[in-house]
Design a protein around this ligand. Structure first.
Ligand code: NIG
Ligand code: FE
Length: 424
């Protein structure tokens, strides 16, 4: 009876991954790595149907496509939940200015910073923006990223914001990576609206945001003294909520404003950066289970010294995600394991917290943790394979690229042959 049941099950599987050391990050199993040493994982229709140890594997039907993982470490695909990877130009010259002592804030106040990328993005063709972004996305994919969020916000006019969102849509159509677009029209005040922020926000709320409805799945805002203040932030987030968008926020990055608390109370799915977050913000985020998306790349690249309040977030049970914040000004970073390493070395996260931060909690920051972010039955078979011995090593090695294969919905999208001994 039992073997017949097993036989029926195996026949339904399209693929069977065998002999992997699985890191499931399945919160239902334990609060740890959810390790299954010498594990197997079965896939049908792009979804995980079964996973467990090799010793409990049901009888295998010969028609199943078997993928031998040869004892390698296997994790959920990485989710990069905060990027600005579509942009024109470069800010290398500005970076050199910063190295010589000019601050990020001073550069922004002199009309550089975000606005310099806005000029370059407005003048770039849709095709040029697409090609540059596609190369960045390929780098992320080869490093194990299977889901990415990409923000607009370097257009700041209707035409260019929509151009960016169309580029993001094209990336999703042409790349195997699952791409999620976020509308960030309220990223900075464009030159032509200098001194008239409320007029610009009329445009954002009444024209751009409705026009972005078919192209973006969330709305974000940069709440900061060099961007938008608290009442302006509330207005934009309320307009987004009224249109049915999930909301996100760049909050408390350079100074404390109370914007994370406001956003949490308005139901934000995540509040991001948070270096200057204070206790009432942490409490509101805990109450509303707003994900704290920490961005150590920006902290590092801007030479920030104020650390996000990790201990308070942890103590209050706020879910912590990590993102690359890939962008030309504050975080030109395209290496998710380095993000995880920085989460540990700069912010004091444990390796497990960091890896959960770039998988399950990053999925939560996008509202898709029922679909991806952990290896569990029913979830999409997004899998990264690593030439590593232990899970901690994911966050430990700096600059190495140990990802040997990536599967999205069970389909192989990266397959690097392992370096063997030289042919004799
Ligand atoms: O997340 N903080 C605002 N936005 C980006 C930086 C954008 C830029 O400098 O181009 C960030 O750090
Ligand atoms: Fe950002």
């Amino acid at each position: 009876m039992e073997s017949k049941l097993n036989h029926v099950q195996t026949k339904q599987w399209d693929q069977l991954f065998v002999q992997g050391n699985l890191i499931t990050l399945d919160a239902g199993v334990d609060a740890g790595w959810g390790l299954i040493p010498q594990g197997a994982l079965a896939v049908s229709d792009g979804r995980i149907q079964w996973l467990g140890s090799m010793s409990s594997l049901p009888e295998i039907d010969p028609s199943v496509d078997i993928i031998d993982l040869e004892g390698r470490l296997v994790s959920p695909g990485i989710v990069d939940c905060h990027t600005h990877l579509v942009f024109g130009g470069s800010r290398a010259a500005e970076w050199q200015q910063r190295l010589e002592g000019t601050s990020y804030r001073q550069i922004a106040e002199q009309g550089g910073g975000i606005l310099s990328t806005v000029r370059a993005t407005r003048s770039a063709s849709q095709d040029a923006l697409y090609r540059a972004a596609a190369a960045r996305l390929r780098t992320l994919l080869r490093a194990g990223v299977t889901t990415v969020e990409i923000k607009s916000g370097y257009g700041l006019d209707l035409e260019t914001e929509l151009k960016m969102l169309r580029v993001i849509r094209s990336l999703g159509e042409t790349s195997p990576v699952d791409v999620h677009a976020t509308f960030l029209g309220a990223h900075a005040l464009p030159d032509e609206f200098a001194g008239r922020p409320d007029d610009y926000l009329d445009l954002v709320c009444n024209e751009m945001m409705p026009a972005a409805k078919d192209l973006a799945t969330a709305v974000d805002i940069f709440a900061e003294s060099i961007a938008f203040d608290l009442p302006q932030t509330e207005r934009v987030l309320q307009a987004a909520v009224d249109l049915g968008f999930p909301i996100k926020i760049h909050a408390e990055q350079l100074s404390h404003m109370g914007s994370a608390k406001l956003a949490a109370e308005m139901g934000a799915v995540s509040a991001d950066h948070l270096e200057y977050l204070q206790r009432p913000g942490v409490e509101a985020m805990a109450r509303h289970q707003t994900v704290a998306t920490l961005l150590p790349g920006a902290y590092y690249f801007l030479g920030e010294t104020e650390r996000p309040p990790v201990e308070a977030l942890r103590e209050m049970g706020v879910p912590i995600a990590l993102g690359s914040d890939m962008n030309p000004g504050s975080s030109p970073l395209m290496n998710p394991l380095l993000v995880a390493n920085m989460g540990c070395t700069l912010f004091g996260l444990t390796p497990l917290e960091s890896i959960r931060g770039v998988t399950l909690n990053a999925a939560r920051a996008l509202g898709i943790d029922d679909q991806v972010g952990s290896l569990e039955t029913g979830k999409r078979a997004d899998v990264a394979v690593w030439d590593l011995d232990s899970p901690e090593e994911l966050a430990y090695l700096i600059g190495h690229q140990p990802c040997t294969a990536v599967y999205i919905s069970g389909r192989p999208v990266v397959n690097e042959p392992l370096d063997g001994p030289p042919d004799s």
